[in-house]
Design a protein around this ligand. Structure first.
Ligand SMILES: Nc1ncnc2c1ncn2[C@@H]1O[C@H](COP(=O)(O)OP(=O)(O)OP(=O)(O)O)[C@@H](O)[C@H]1O
Length: 246
């Protein structure tokens, strides 16, 4: 279970997170919605250990482990996966090599044997097929020249390969056409199960038509101001944040 208590954080001396309290029990998918600038990305960056954010109070634990004290690679090794709003491009780094290195780093951390190039290709091709992606994406450099939708699919491929137990997805829907949105949602839904939980940060209710969340939370001004079932996303869509979260 992911447990966040009283989490406060700032960047460049500006306080962005003002006391986040949130629990995502194992096996559940929760969504976070909120207006622009409310702190959604900041929350995912803080949970991923990105540099530049100062945690000024509170805690975030995953299955009892202090997430905030762990190096980013330890978080990945412990089963935490983060997909970002803007996936990075890595010119000169082949996608297949990059993904295999990531998979092997996680396997090593779990005490599992590493996969060689042939084993990896077999594994990757099966996942690619399931995600209705093109094999070409393995041959190209990481995200270089990928369209917005292809970058998101590549993130979902990475998630499918790493088999995390907690996936934090930051606006994985932005820039996706309807077909790509469904593929991303299918990728997340395929992971659903008693040992998988996810925090989905999104602007649009439509993603939640495909990934039906157990709970929806509204983040405004650096705090969770309202929580509810999937119907809360529909209310927000219809009425706007100011009215629903008042
Ligand atoms: N380096 C920085 N210096 C000062 N303020 C920053 C910095 N980075 C982010 N902020 C501010 O922090 C606030 C929260 O930003 P964040 O990206 O977390 O919001 P968000 O809810 O993800 O927004 P969006 O929906 O637009 O993606 C914004 O007001 C933003 O301008």
């Amino acid at each position: 279970m992911l447990k966040i208590e009283g989490l406060t954080a700032e960047i460049d001396g500006k306080q962005i997170l003002k006391g986040i309290d949130l629990e995502v029990p194992t096996g559940e998918i929760h969504a976070i919605m909120g207006p622009n600038g409310s702190g959604k990305s900041t929350l995912s960056y803080v949970l991923s250990g990105r540099e530049g954010y100062e945690i000024t109070g509170g805690s975030a634990t995953y299955n009892g482990l202090d997430l905030l004290a762990m190096e980013p690679e330890e978080r990945a090794g412990s089963g935490v996966f983060l997909a970002f709003q803007y996936p990075v491009e890595l010119p000169g780094v082949g996608n297949a090599n990059f993904l295999r290195t990531a998979v092997n780093a996680v396997r090593k951390h779990r005490g599992e044997p590493e996969v060689d190039a042939m084993q990896f290709l077999k594994l990757a091709r099966a996942k690619i097929k399931a995600l209705q992606m093109s094999d070409d994406m393995l041959k190209r450099n990481v995200n270089v020249g990928f369209s917005g939708g292809e970058k998101k699919r590549n993130e979902v491929l990475q998630m499918a390969l790493l088999e995390p137990t907690l996936a934090i997805l930051d606006e994985t829907d932005s820039g996706l056409d309807i077909d790509a949105l469904k593929i991303v949602a299918d990728g997340v839904n395929a992971m659903r199960g008693p040992n998988f939980s996810s925090l989905v940060i999104t602007h649009y209710q439509r993603l939640l038509d495909y990934i039906v969340p157990d709970r929806v939370h509204v983040l405004m001004g650096g705090r969770i101001v309202k929580s509810g079932g999937p119907e809360l996303a529909l209310e927000l869509e219809a009425e706007g944040y100011a009215k629903v979260a008042a």
